[in-house]
Write a new protein. Sequence first.
Length: 111
Amino acid sequence: MRLTTAPSRKGLRMGLLALLLAGTGCSLSLDTESTQCATDDDCVRFGTYPVCQEGVCVPSGLGPPGCYRGEASSEDQYLNQCTASQCIAFDNCARLGLCNGEALPALVPKP
């Protein structure tokens, strides 16, 4: 019985072959030469109103989903127009320190 700690030549060849195949696998399956888009309309399939920049669809930051994108010409379009603004929750209870489960103080002192 022979004990060896060094890998066999066959094992080394198989490992090298696996490395070579793994390294070329991505370049064989991805199309790295073509552009993703030419106009903003080419990016519609990604949703959330992306825009085309240098041949790649990038997020525009517009929302919410289903909003009206474009120049508004009616009240509904104006009220539902896309925006890049964000809604940030504000905890007024914590700011005032009044929401600890106790009754709120009277607003006007009793005479």
